[in-house]
Ligand binder design. Structure first.
Ligand SMILES: *Cc1c(COP(=O)(O)O)cnc(C)c1O
Ligand code: SF4
Length: 346
């Protein structure tokens, strides 16, 4: 139950954190097959423009709170399209690969220790958990060999970070690091903070958007008053993903002193238009989040139907730029193998 005396005084209980034991139940209640999801949004298979891929290896996963924000009876819903596996994923074209970024190619040397990936100077990425609270069809990590980076024990990774004085920021990634339990997460943060040259811990998580119930008082306590500054980069692609529930979750993070940024992926027929992107930035800001990156999708096999070509992306972006103040304009980027940072496209 919510314990009202622990909620900041200016907040009423329904805008404070959720009870500790709710999020795991919500996750257990997530849709894991198309039948359940289509039922919930009042659609029949025969309504769909593309057949469902019932044998998809990368399983359907969508939590109730996210499904609640989908339109009813709308095959074209921008949230539905992000999670429903269709046979479009079977298309294979030249140039689309399983691992276009070659992140785990040993020759590239990005893997510094099991679960530790470093591509850029001064910051390194720690793979904390294989799973997410949602499976996004366009995900570039869908083929990631998580089993070789079993995050159970980050000892070697922590030793490698401690040995490299140049690393000032650790990025917790996954999967989704907020799937770590309320005992695992503080332990990991403390272990990282025990390395003196680490100044910032950045958490990349889609959970405040898709499973807002994860924002418990215990999590808030974990994030509050740490030695390192905590930055959270959430992931929202469409203004329809943001409602009172996400506002409540994001406010909990604000109350915990976390700096909030957002990254989006530019997705064909989902958010590849000026109005949607402008509205997304403005709505993010009303919920206390600054836009950070707008990513172009990588050439990942099975995600081609989401792909927006560079020229088109730049045109959309130029118009978005005209309509937004500079601080609400995300950076348009793509990740190219072998570059020292993300590549700015505009
Ligand atoms: C994107 C990314 C980062 C972070 O880059 P920023 O530009 O600092 O956001 C770090 N490591 C890896 C492997 C990445 O893919
Ligand atoms: S939340 Fe992020 S990592 Fe997880 S499936 Fe979606 S895009 Fe991939």
């Amino acid at each position: 139950m919510i314990t009202p005396n622990r909620i900041p005084a200016h907040l009423s209980p329904d805008v404070g954190p959720w009870p500790d034991d709710l999020w795991t139940k919500e996750l257990a209640a997530a849709a894991r097959d198309a039948e359940t999801l289509l039922d919930a949004v009042q659609l029949e298979r025969t309504d769909l423009p593309y057949p469902i891929d019932t044998a998809a290896q990368f399983q359907l996963l969508a939590p109730p709170s996210f499904i609640a924000r989908m339109g009813r009876g709308n095959t074209n819903d921008p949230l539905l399209k992000q999670v429903l596996p269709t046979l479009q994923e079977q298309q294979v074209s030249a140039g689309f690969m399983r691992d276009p970024l070659a992140e785990t190619d040993p020759d590239r040397g990005f893997i510094k220790a099991p679960s530790l990936l470093q591509k850029y100077q001064n910051r390194a990425l720690l793979i904390t958990t294989p799973g997410c609270a949602i499976n996004c069809r366009y995900c570039f990590r869908r083929e990631f060999p998580y089993t070789e980076h079993r995050p159970k024990n980050h000892q070697e990774a922590l030793t490698a970070i401690a040995a490299d004085q140049s690393i000032s920021e650790i990025i917790l990634s996954g999967g989704d690091p907020l799937l770590l339990s309320d005992s695992q997460l503080p332990q990991l943060l403390s272990n990282i903070e025990s390395i003196p040259h680490v100044q910032r811990i950045r958490i990349h998580s889609r959970i405040p958007i898709v499973l807002p119930e994860r924002l418990t008082q215990t999590l808030m306590d974990t994030l509050t008053n740490r030695r390192c500054q905590i930055v959270m980069v959430v992931h929202s692609n469409h203004p329809q993903e943001l409602n009172d529930t996400t506002a409540r979750a994001l406010n909990c993070l604000k109350q915990s002193g976390v700096t909030l940024l957002n990254q989006s992926v530019l997705l064909r027929d989902i958010n590849d238009d000026v109005g949607t992107l402008v509205q997304l930035s403005e709505k993010l800001f009303t919920q206390g989040v600054l836009p950070y990156y707008l990513h172009l999708t990588d050439h990942v096999a099975g995600t081609e139907h989401f792909f927006v070509a560079d020229e088109e992306a730049k045109e959309i972006y130029a118009q978005v730029q005209h309509r937004l103040p500079g601080y609400l304009l995300p950076k348009l980027v793509r990740e190219l193998p072998g570059e020292a940072s993300k590549t700015l496209l505009a």
